[in-house]
Structures are given as structure tokens and as C-alpha cells.
Design a protein around this ligand. Structure first.
Ligand code: AP5
Length: 210
């Protein structure tokens, strides 16, 4: 499975990628997680990308493309979450896949209205122990995950608004880009989490395909 999950902030890309990765045995590659890990490590690269991340701005293309490419090389079967986010990144991905002789199976666009997204992002928490994503109301952590449960810096209201603006301006046009290539699948992400997972699996592949 080589699939891109596309969608606005809070649509559930990370939530669905971790559920699908568990079900089909693919690697979940999240450029947001990669960025946050660099920041946490205190590396030079982390310092370079921190300000972009905290303000909800995109990290420069040349930086994020290099970060994503090294992960693509390491896995045969993957779910890309948060990359590409504009046409330049989509073209860079196409070139990188050509170089290693791979191709995309599908691009899944998760769709939900902005007002639902803001509510989801303000209630999002991530377990520091397991890395799993939860929501205080819609998807509370199970008892065996002891946390602590962290709220992301870029889930502050100003940064959420800026991220959604950038999504509509730069990332949403990728739906047409991939529709033109016959790869786009649209899924209603306003449904409950397990139903969204089933809809994705129903369109891009089943567990026994893994
Ligand atoms: P990133 O981590 O990718 O953040 P994002 O794009 O803002 O996406 P989110 O993680 O906010 O949304 P999601 O769709 O994954 O939602 P989730 O599943 O958590 O990127 C962070 C930053 O890194 C960027 O701002 C940028 O600076 C940089 N970056 C990353 N990639 C880049 C790139 N390619 N180019 C340049 N810069 C880049 O769900 C949200 C909440 O909703 C959770 O609480 C969840 O439990 C809940 N939820 C999910 N689904 C449902 C549902 N169906 N019903 C009810 N609740 C639900």
C-alpha cells in the first residue's frame, strides 16, 4: 500500500494513518511527527523548523522534501500523512518515487467542514508515552495508556486559523492535481472514527492484501 492521506488540519489524517498502519502493516510516515521529533531533539534542523511549526506556517519545501525522502526510501508500504502540501512538494514526491521505481496507489482526501475541525483540534491530546492521538471527548485514551497527554503548541486558536487558511490556499488544490491523475478518492471524515477507517479500507485495500 502506497497511499497519501490528504485533508485539512483535524480531518483525522494522523488518527486514520495510525489505525490503518496497525490494520494493514504499512508504515505511517507523518511529516508533522518528523518535524516535532527534530524540534524535541534540539538539533540544528529542529531549531530551524521550530518557529514555522509553532506559528502554523509551512516549513520551506526544500527542507521538508529532504526529510520526507529519507523515510520513503526505508519502507515498501506506507501511508503518507501531511505530505505533500503544495504542488512543488507533489512534483518532488513524483520525482522521488520515479527514482526508486515506485508509484502511488491512491490519494485519500478526508473531508470535513472547518467548524468541526477547530473543535477537534482544541480537544486533541497526544500521549507522550505511546505517541497515540486522542480527543478529550470523541476518542478518550484507554486505561492502559498512562500518558501524560500533551496539547500541541500549534493547536492554539491563532495557529489553527492560520493552518486552515494555508490548507485552503495551497493544499486543497492538490485534490484536482491527483484527480487529473486518476488517483483521488474522497471520504467523508465527519463520520465516527471507525467508520472512516472502514470507508478508506473499502476503497484502497483490505487487511488480507497486506
Ligand atoms: P502536522 O502534524 O501534519 O499537522 P496538521 O497538518 O496541522 O495536521 P493535524 O495533525 O493537525 O491534523 P490531522 O488531520 O492529522 O488530525 P488528527 O488525526 O490528529 O504538521 C505540523 C506542522 O509541521 C505544520 O504546521 C508545518 O509547520 C510542518 N509540516 C508538516 N508537514 C509539512 C509539509 N509537507 N510541508 C511543510 N511543512 C510541514 O485528529 C485531530 C483530532 O480530532 C484528534 O483529537 C482526533 O482524536 C480527533 N478526530 C479525528 N477523527 C475524528 C472523527 N472522525 N470524529 C471525531 N474526532 C476525530
Amino acid at each position: 500500500m502506497r497511499v497519501i492521506l490528504l485533508g485539512p488540519q483535524g480531518a483525522g489524517k494522523g488518527t486514520q494513518a495510525q489505525r490503518l498502519a496497525d490494520r494493514v502493516g504499512a508504515t505511517h510516515i507523518s511529516t508533522g511527527d518528523i518535524v516535532r521529533a527534530e524540534i524535541k531533539s534540539g538539533s540544528e534542523l529542529g531549531k530551524k523548523v521550530q518557529d514555522y511549526n509553532d506559528r502554523g506556517e509551512l516549513v520551506p519545501d526544500e527542507v521538508i522534501v529532504e526529510m520526507a525522502k529519507s523515510y520513503l526510501d526505508d519502507a515498501d508500504s506506507w501511508l503518507l500523512d501531511g505530505f505533500p502540501r503544495n504542488e512543488a512538494q507533489a512534483e518532488a514526491l513524483e520525482e522521488a518515487l520515479d527514482e526508486i521505481g515506485e508509484k502511488l496507489d491512491a490519494v485519500v482526501a478526508l473531508e470535513a467542514p472547518d467548524d468541526a475541525l477547530v473543535e477537534r483540534l482544541s480537544g486533541r491530546r497526544q500521549s507522550q508515552a505511546t505517541g497515540k492521538i486522542y480527543h478529550v471527548e470523541y476518542d478518550p485514551p484507554p486505561e492502559d495508556d498512562e500518558g501524560p497527554f500533551i496539547q500541541r503548541k500549534d493547536d492554539a486558536e491563532d495557529a489553527i486559523r492560520r493552518r486552515l487558511e494555508i490548507y485552503h490556499d495551497q493544499t486543497e488544490p492538490l485534490k484536482d492535481y491527483y484527480a487529473d491523475r486518476g488517483l483521488l478518492i474522497t471520504v467523508d471524515a465527519e463520520q465516527e472514527i471507525p467508520k472512516v477507517t472502514e470507508d478508506i479500507l473499502g476503497t484502497v485495500g483490505r487487511e488480507d492484501d497486506a
